[in-house]
Ligand binder design. Structure first.
Ligand SMILES: [Zn+2]
Length: 97
């Protein structure tokens, strides 16, 4: 048994698609992780106990419930990373805003 924030799965599942819809945002690994972190901070956490067979039902329910919020949160993250990309920073610090 394991605890997992399913919102994280959902954000990763839509991340590249939403980032591709925005022009001029860097899509290197560092920027993708920054967008994901920002998006997750805008969204509620949804912890689930993972057991085989149960995961996908929960994922689908959450996906439908939060889809618009997820896309909106990723877009907000994209705008922040686009204006302040941090991929050249020598020291990796948590995003401050
Ligand atoms: Zn980058």
């Amino acid at each position: 048994m394991e605890l997992k924030n399913y919102m994280e799965e959902l954000v990763w599942s839509r991340l590249d698609e939403v980032m591709a819809a925005h022009q001029g945002v860097c899509r290197c690994e560092h920027c993708r992780y920054d967008v994901a972190a920002l998006a997750l901070n805008f969204l509620p956490t949804r912890y689930v106990v993972t057991e085989k067979g149960e995961i996908y039902t929960k994922l689908n329910t959450l996906e439908q419930q939060f889809d618009i919020d997820i896309v909106t949160a990723i877009s907000r993250g994209v705008l922040i990373v686009k204006s302040r990309p941090r991929h050249d920073m020598a020291e990796k610090k948590p995003f401050e805003w």
